[in-house]
Design a binder for this molecule. Structure first.
Ligand code: IVH
Length: 750
């Protein structure tokens, strides 16, 4: 056994000082505990001192001494998951699920301290696990989980392995203090780690070995990774930390508000919670919470809410604690994004490119405030990887605007007779959508909807090399045709309002159109089309049905005419050539000036355009080699669709909402706020972010807060989501409603 360390003299001197201090301190506590029966520190703190001493003595054998308390008292406490008592309790937070609850929280504080002026700090509420870190002379000496708030687990060894947790502080930190924060696993790291585990499982399954557990979410992954018995495993996990609080602090002058405390802590090298913000008054804090609710998915980590804290630490102390929760902070909670339900069937639909895409038909369930019945399943590989079967209870997740995902099955609840799902061997593409169809894979399957009138593809399906998807072999597959027309008419392409999925399905079924070019025959056939069920307007006169063109067809015809002058880039997008999207279509349009020039260019010339590249170029050339493509192009050209990039005089656009100024607040179920705002703007309206007397109308969605109250105080019209949807469909309604309102109040401004 060596009795000398390889440390330098100065290190040994520093260590000796520390060792002597620790020994004296431990002996004093021994005396307090055993002789006076009046301990000053908890057992866990004692154990920590003891452990430090033991480790120093191990590192510096030259400092060993028979007098040391390590030699006279029994064995050192176990190092893994020993219990650590917190010097100050670690609290949890009360919740506010809406504006009223947040305001009520501030009102209680106001009443208690008879005070109106409040400054708040908002911080993301990171979904991970709470950790208390103790630093001594700038070094991490202890890390503990929250546990029951009074005592947690000693995870010091594990936390030392997390890069984001500073082992050594910079600057001049206090001699001894504690910080608190949330250890979390960033979303990207979580996905990568789970994908890795899934891959291992695939191999293990093949080898007949037991499966490793996939983590259900980043929070569980973070907690599981910190609580590893082997700190070496923790080291391999992609963990991070956000420090959100100064715990206790010995002998130092600390800032007197939370905001400055965060800045002060970051000077020592702590990664404090990102995007913290300070606000005057609860309305401003509420606004921040509402903005966060809209962009909860914008951060690289999972958030389950926003923490609102009273900034002034003196006021925090005055407010104190009730039960396990402080009165000075509250969690603004987002609606949950995960739920479990039964996956009733796995169905497939056929995409625009002919890809056969499996999706889950679910027993309806509410997630993130929205009723969900379908969720995407990506492809066969993904279904196998996650081991998802029909009849499983599954966890589904809806993140922001993204289509719900099936996260995993709950294996304990799998029915005994369940079998692996197989990809259909023939293309299930139909145009029915509302069908009792002979095709069992049809999206309008038996028992969900009643009558099938759609065409069924039934061609073979095959897998291209390297591609995870299966594709239909039939170019004229009815589902592909439907999707192609939907894409042509969509907002990113020709933007033909009134020509959505249902209308296209009806027109295909009734033989009104067969492809995108046929759309341009519609304006010339209105009288004839008025007789097609579902298109015209039926009036009963003298006992007989009369078919009239009606607003719907007339508006559609006008939208079709308008679409002719959307310009070359839109037409190019509308053709649905693989990989050709808005951005590269504009680049090509600018460069080549006409559709013919683009479609006739050699691949190298196309690929030479900055931002285009060989994959897009090849895809265009391949598309142009197909005779059917040219027939479509020629018919579009013959119909008068503008296919050159020198834009002719832009037709005056219909702007019925010109002169009106709207503000939107809260959550809308049918669309996102930016979508609604963009549509209102395209109709000529102004859209503002704050309510003033110049605001014409406030559209208030769910959980509307301060803006709503402001609008109420200004006596402005407040309309709900239903009205928003109606105004977007028939903008002139807005003018009518405002007129009606001002008819009652002659002085009301419009
Ligand atoms: S402050 C007095 N700030 O949320 C309470 N907590 O539900 C101190 N959390 O145990 C907590 N991010 O684990 C605070 N920016 C943040 C937070 C945060 C996540 C967690 C923390 C706490 C739990 C309370």
């Amino acid at each position: 056994m060596s009795t000398q360390s390889s440390a330098s003299d100065s290190e040994i001197i520093a260590a000796r000082d520390r060792v002597e201090l620790l020994r004296a301190e431990i002996l004093r506590h021994n005396h307090l505990y055993h002789t006076l029966d009046a301990p000053e520190i908890s057992d866990a703190e004692y154990d920590t001192l003891f452990d430090q001493l033991r480790r120093l003595e191990a590192d510096f054998p030259e400092l060993a001494s028979a007098d040391s308390p390590t030699q006279t008292v029994g064995a050192a406490p176990g190092r893994t998951f020993a219990v650590i008592e917190h010097r100050q309790r670690m609290l949890s937070l009360g919740n506010a699920f809406n504006a009223e609850e947040l305001i009520a929280w501030q009102q209680r504080a106001s009443d208690l301290l008879d005070r109106e002026q409040w400054t708040y700090v908002t911080e993301p509420k990171i979904d991970g696990l709470a950790i208390a870190l103790v630093y001594e002379r700038g070094r991490l000496v202890q890390a503990a989980t929250r546990g029951d708030g009074r005592a947690g687990e000693d995870v010091t060894a594990n936390l030392r392995k997390i890069d984001a947790v500073p082992n050594e502080l910079s600057g001049s930190p206090p001699a001894r203090f504690e910080v608190r924060g949330e250890v979390y696993m960033p979303k990207a790291g979580f996905e990568a780690m789970n994908a890795e585990i899934a891959e291992q499982n695939q191999r293990r399954r093949e080898a007949g070995r037991s499966q490793l557990t996939l983590y259900a979410n980043p929070r569980n992954a973070a907690a599981g990774s910190v609580r590893q018995k082997d700190a070496g495993v923790t080291a391999t996990r992609p963990l991070s930390i956000g420090i959100y609080q100064l715990g206790w602090c010995d002998d130092a002058i600390t800032p007197d508000n939370h905001w400055e405390t965060l800045g002060w802590l970051s000077e020592f090298g702590f990664p404090t919670t990102p995007e913290a913000a300070r606000h005057e008054g609860i309305e401003a804090a509420l606004d921040a919470c509402e903005r966060w609710t809209q962009r909860r998915d914008s951060q690289p980590f999972e958030m389950d809410g926003v923490v609102v804290k009273v900034d002034d630490l003196g006021l925090q102390a005055d407010l104190g604690i009730v039960g396990r929760e402080p009165r000075w902070a509250i969690a603004w909670k987002f609606p949950p994004q995960e739920a479990s339900t039964v996956l009733e069937r796995i169905l497939v639909n056929v995409g625009r490119t002919g890809s056969i895409n499996p999706y889950a038909r679910l027993r309806p369930v509410r997630v993130g405030g929205v009723q969900v019945t379908n969720a995407t399943l990506h492809n066969l590989d993904d279904i196998r990887r996650k081991d998802i079967r029909e009849g499983d209870t599954v966890v589904i997740r809806r993140a922001g605007e993204v289509i719900p995902q099936v996260v995993r099955p709950v294996l304990e609840r799998r029915p005994e007779d369940s079998v692996e799902w197989e990809m259909p061997t023939v293309c299930p593409g139909t145009t029915c959508g509302e069908a009792l169809c002979s095709n069992q894979h049809c999206g309008g399957e038996r028992g969900v909807k009643d009558v099938c009138e759609g065409a069924w593809c039934g061609a073979g399906v095959s897998r291209k090399d390297e591609d995870a998807d299966f594709y239909c072999d039939n170019h004229r597959c009815p589902a592909i045709v439907q999707r192609a027309i939907e894409h042509f008419a969509s907002r990113g392409a020709m933007d033909i309002r009134g020509l959505g999925e249902k209308m296209i399905r009806l027109m295909l079924r009734e033989g009104v159109i067969g492809d995108a070019a046929d759309i341009y025959t519609i304006p010339g056939r209105l009288e004839e089309l008025a007789r097609v069920p579902g298109l015209g307007q039926v009036k009963r006169r003298k006992g007989e049905d009369h078919f009239e063109v009606g607003d719907r067809l007339r508006n559609l015809a006008a939208a079709i005419e308008r679409s002719k002058s959307r310009g070359l880039a839109s037409v190019l997008v509308g053709l649905g050539i693989r990989h050709v999207g808005g951005e590269n279509a504009s680049l090509l349009a600018d460069q080549f000036g006409s559709l013919d020039a683009i479609l006739l260019a050699p691949a190298e010339t196309l690929a030479a355009v900055d931002g285009v590249g060989p994959i897009i170029a090849e895809s265009i050339v391949e598309w142009a080699l197909d005779g059917e493509s040219w027939s479509l192009v020629h018919r579009l050209q013959a119909a008068g669709v503008e296919d050159e990039s020198e834009r002719t005089e832009v037709e005056p656009i219909d702007t019925p909402l010109e002169g009106l100024r709207f503000v939107l607040t809260g959550r809308f179920a049918a669309m996102t706020r930016p979508e609604a705002e963009a549509q209102l703007k395209s109709l000529g309206a102004g859209v503002g972010s704050s309510v003033s007397k110049n605001t014409s109308v406030l559209f208030a969605g769910e959980a509307a807060g301060s803006k709503r109250r402001k609008a109420e105080s200004l006596d402005l019209p407040i309309w709900d989501e239903d009205q928003l949807v109606q105004v977007l469909a028939r903008p002139r309604l807005a003018i009518d409603w405002l007129r009606d309102a001002s008819a009652l109040e002659p002085d009301a401004p419009i």
